[in-house]
Design a protein around this ligand. Structure first.
Ligand SMILES: [Zn+2]
Length: 89
């Protein structure tokens, strides 16, 4: 896998979910990549090792946070047709 930046994750329509390692918590949350891009910049590295130090669990405050990258499941054709119908965004 190439080194992700926040912008390349957004361009690839990747979903990034952060989850808490604490077994008594296991809180998980989908990250708002647009918000992270505004905060850290589009070229900010966005590999797991880059992201996880920035986060702590919203529920228990634990620092042992992991991230999961989930590719968009819709097909490219459906996606582009949808994008055109929505005016490009
Ligand atoms: Zn937690």
């Amino acid at each position: 896998m190439a080194a992700w930046t926040l912008q390349s994750l957004i361009d690839a329509r990747m979903t990034v979910t952060a989850y808490c390692h604490r077994t008594s918590c296991h809180h998980s949350q989908v990250l708002d990549l647009g918000k992270l891009r505004d905060r850290f910049g589009p070229d900010a590295p966005a590999m797991a090792d880059d992201l996880t130090p920035k986060f702590k669990c919203a529920r228990c405050g634990g620092k042992a946070v992991g991230v999961i990258y989930t590719p968009d499941s819709t097909t490219p054709i459906e996606r582009s047709a949808y994008a055109q119908a929505k005016g490009g965004r």
